[in-house]
Design a protein around this ligand. Structure first.
Ligand SMILES: Cc1cc2nc3c(=O)[nH]c(=O)nc-3n(C[C@H](O)[C@H](O)[C@H](O)COP(=O)(O)OP(=O)(O)OC[C@H]3O[C@@H](n4cnc5c(N)ncnc54)[C@H](O)[C@@H]3O)c2cc1C
Length: 398
């Protein structure tokens, strides 16, 4: 059932009323999320970003909202509709791109890996505790020497000795690792050379980490280098349904829609902040919003945003119908991130010099957009996935 009140949740950013596709109950949960973000997150953002610190207390506030899988909007398998998940990402990223990762690192990445990669027993034991944030986690795939080519290059090794696994290797860029209880580490089984996934405690003997500093994007997210030296993991903590990189890729293709929706939310946050600024900033005796060339930029932004929303909504509808193809998620992620880059740059432009300082929000979105452009598959890698699908020819280097 839809409310028939399209666009009321985001009156400035959702001109075509896509939120009208949400039920009243779904909109209710998003409104609760909005309240927490407005009251508890917004006042902290600029300072924490400046200091490169994570407002970790927000994780508890978001957990208490209990909007991972609310029973009143449960659909297939007790999960909410993809379109609700999409707008949840949109609302988070519209407030702040790092806060979106604080939530999604747990609810999207960690939870998806365990739900889709774990055995029935592992799911039964862990999935509810992950949904309630009682058990926290993140995931580690990227390595210092392998980013885009990690599928074939992954060097971290796993050796089975007397029923337990011994892990060795290094990981890079691992978000939320230093305040998570677990990290899902992808490692290559020395015996069959296949990639497997292990739930490793972050305080396990042999696992050390340091924080990547001097970042110019997502400064509120703590990204770590991980060093694994003879870390022992019981077979019970190996995700039983992940037995090759192809299994991991299948799970990743369900994470790309999250990244795409976040990239739409970033555009909304930048656009709304820029629009507000142009209404109050006066030059030549009138608000700059009244100048033709400023309006032209605002229109390009809202055009990008509306098209990106349409793309994401349709992607979610397809997935709600059970159509979950790699190519669809890759196309949405790469195309929307292109639009995002243009939108945040235009937002920065119309705010003038103030667009490069944190006080007007736009600078934060401008810098943070760069990370979304690169992770969950760079533009090139997602383009190659789409190119392979539409031509039938793989252009990945062999
Ligand atoms: C803020 C942030 C958070 C992250 N969080 C995590 C995390 O939590 N866990 C995790 O495991 N990883 C994480 N990552 C890592 C992320 O997934 C990688 O950065 C990404 O996969 C790209 O790898 P790379 O940075 O090593 O770039 P590279 O792979 O070195 O690529 C450099 C450039 O070369 C291009 N390129 C590579 N191959 C080709 C090709 N065949 N054809 C054309 N161009 C090509 C790329 O597109 C890119 O433009 C994070 C990264 C960032 C920036």
């Amino acid at each position: 059932m839809t409310s028939g009140q399209g666009g009321t949740l985001f009156p400035e950013s959702d001109l075509y009323g896509f939120t009208g596709l949400l039920s009243d109950a779904e909109q209710f949960h998003l409104t609760r999320l909005r309240r927490v973000l407005d009251v508890e997150a917004r006042p902290l953002l600029s300072d924490y970003w400046d200091r490169a610190e994570t407002p970790i207390q927000l994780r508890d506030s978001l957990a208490r909202l209990d909007i991972v899988n609310p029973p009143d909007i449960a659909e297939h398998d007790g999960e909410p509709r993809e379109i609700f998940v999409g707008f949840r990402n949109f609302e988070l990223a519209r407030t702040d791109a790092s806060v979106a990762i604080l939530y999604n690192g747990q609810v999207g990445m960690f939870r998806s890996l365990v739900r889709e990669g774990g055995s029935d027993e592992q799911r039964r034991l862990w999935a509810p505790r992950i949904a309630s944030f009682e058990m926290t986690g993140c995931f580690a795939i990227t390595e210092p020497l392998h980013g885009s080519d990690v599928a074939r290059g992954l060097d971290t090794s796993a050796r089975l000795v007397d029923g337990s696994w011994i892990l060795n290797g290094e990981k890079r860029w691992i978000g939320n690792a230093d305040f998570s209880e677990y990290v899902v580490v992808l490692a290559r089984d020395e015996s069959d050379r296949q990639v497997k996934a292990f739930l490793v405690r972050t305080d396990a003997p042999g696992l050390t980490m340091d924080t990547i500093t001097r970042k110019t994007s997502l400064r509120m997210v703590r990204n770590s280098n991980l060093y694994l030296h003879d870390v022992v993991v019981a077979e019970d903590y190996r995700l039983q349904r992940i037995n090759s990189f192809a299994d991991v890729s299948t799970i990743f293709s369900s994470l790309r829609p999250d990244a795409a929706w976040n990239a739409v939310g970033i555009q909304a946050g930048a656009y709304e902040s820029a629009l507000a600024y142009t209404r109050i900033r006066e030059q030549f005796g009138r608000p700059i919003a009244g100048f033709q060339m400023i309006q032209e930029k605002l229109v390009r932004m809202i055009g990008n945003l509306t098209a990106s929303l349409g793309f994401s909504v349709r992607l979610s509808q397809l997935r709600d119908q059970g159509i979950r193809r790699d190519v669809d998620a890759a196309l949405a992620k790469t195309w929307i991130c292109d639009r995002m880059r243009e939108t945040v740059a235009l937002a920065r432009e119309v705010v003038g010099g103030n667009g490069i300082i944190l006080d007007h929000n736009v600078a934060r979105f401008f810098c943070d957009a760069e990370s979304y452009y690169t992770f969950e598959g760079t533009r090139e890698i997602n383009t190659l996935i789409v190119g392979r699908s539409i031509t039938g020819l793989s252009a990945f280097v062999n």
